[in-house]
Design a binder for this molecule. Structure first.
Ligand SMILES: NC(=O)c1ccc[n+]([C@@H]2O[C@H](COP(=O)([O-])OP(=O)(O)OC[C@H]3O[C@@H](n4cnc5c(N)ncnc54)[C@H](O)[C@@H]3O)[C@@H](O)[C@H]2O)c1
Length: 257
C-alpha cells in the first residue's frame, strides 16, 4: 500500500518511522507533505520523499493517505483528496464537529468510492460504544484530565475549564479534544455525549474517563495516556491508534472494532 502523509509532526513522523522500521509490512510511505521547511528537512534526512506543494501531493497516486496536520488542514485538503478517490485516515477528527462538512465528505466518499477513517485516537472502547448503540438509550460522559501545561495554563489546583456538548468541546479545544468527536461519531448522536475538561496539576498523564450507559448496560473506561515527548498535547496512544487502523484496513481476518 502506497501511503501519503500530510503533516510530519509527532504523529506523522512516528507513523512514517514505524512503517520504515517494518511495523506495518504492507505499507510504504511514498510521499510526505508539510508546509514547514524544518519538518520537510527532517523527513528527508529520515529517508522520505517530500513536497511542500499540495497539488503535487494530490496528483502523486496513493492507496491511502493519512492526515496528521491540523483540523484546519483537514478542512482544506479532505474534499480534494476524497474527490480524487483516495481513502483517508483523518487524525484531526474534530473537524467533523461541523455536521455539514461531515455530510459533504461522506457524500463525496460514496460518490468517489473512497473511505474516510477516524481512529480511536487517545481513547479506547469505540467498538463497545458502537455496539451499545444498537440497544438504544445510549448516554456517554467523557471526563478529560490534563496537566495545565498541556493546556497552556498555569493552574495550581483543579479547574473545570469546559463542560458541555461534544461538538462544542471539539470546536473550542481543537488540539486537545479530538476524542470527544470520535465518541460523538461512534454514538451517531453528538448530543448524547457530554464532555468535562479538567485542568489538574496533579496528573502527569492525559487521562480520559468514559462512562457509557444504555439499554445493554454500563461501561467504564479509564485511559491514562503518556504524552508524546515530541508534542505533549498529543498522547502516545493516538499515534499508535493510527498504526492500528492502518493495519486493520489491510486485514482479511479482523478482530474487534
Ligand atoms: N484523534 C486523536 O485522538 C488525536 C490525538 C492527538 C492528536 N490528534 C490530532 O492529530 C493532528 C496531528 O497531531 P500532532 O501531534 O502530530 O501535531 P504536530 O503539531 O506535532 O504536527 C503537525 C504537523 O502538520 C503540519 N501542518 C500543519 N498545518 C499544515 C497544513 N495546512 N498543510 C501541511 N502541513 C501542515 C505542521 O507543520 C506539523 O509538522 C492534530 O490535528 C491533532 O489535534 C488527534
Amino acid at each position: 500500500m502506497k501511503l501519503g502523509i500530510i503533516g510530519y509532526g509527532a504523529i506523522g513522523s512516528f507513523v512514517a518511522r514505524s512503517i520504515k522500521n517494518g511495523l506495518l509490512k504492507k505499507y510504504r510511505v511514498v510521499l510526505v507533505f508539510d508546509l514547514d521547511r524544518e519538518k520537510l528537512d527532517k523527513a528527508q534526512k529520515e529517508g522520505f520523499d517530500t513536497t511542500d506543494n499540495f497539488d503535487d501531493f494530490l496528483n502523486y497516486g496513493f492507496d491511502m493517505v493519512m492526515e496528521s496536520a491540523s483540523q484546519q488542514a483537514a478542512r482544506i485538503y479532505l474534499p480534494d483528496l476524497v474527490k480524487k478517490g483516495y481513502s483517508v485516515l483523518v487524525m484531526s477528527g474534530g473537524v467533523f464537529a461541523d455536521t455539514a462538512f461531515k455530510i459533504h465528505i461522506e457524500e463525496l466518499a460514496e460518490k468517489n468510492n473512497a473511505r474516510v477513517y477516524v481512529p480511536s485516537g487517545a481513547i479506547s472502547g469505540l467498538d463497545g460504544i458502537e455496539a451499545m448503540m444498537f440497544a438504544g438509550n445510549l448516554k456517554v460522559i467523557l471526563e478529560t484530565r490534563k496537566n495545565p501545561r498541556s493546556l497552556g495554563r498555569e493552574d495550581r489546583e483543579d479547574v473545570i475549564i469546559f463542560e458541555g456538548g461534544a461538538r462544542e468541546a471539539a470546536m473550542k479545544f481543537p488540539r486537545n479534544i479530538n476524542v470527544a468527536m470520535a465518541l460523538a461519531l461512534a454514538t451517531e448522536h453528538p448530543e448524547n455525549v457530554r464532555v468535562r475538561i479538567i485542568s489538574d496539576p496533579e496528573v502527569k498523564t492525559n487521562t480520559h474517563t468514559i462512562i457509557a450507559e444504555g439499554n445493554s448496560g454500563k461501561m467504564k473506561i479509564v485511559v491514562e495516556n503518556v504524552p508524546f515527548p515530541e508534542n505533549p498535547k498529543t498522547s502516545f496512544l493516538a499515534a499508535l491508534s493510527a498504526l492500528q487502523i492502518l493495519k486493520k484496513i489491510t486485514q482479511s481476518f479482523v478482530i474487534g472494532g
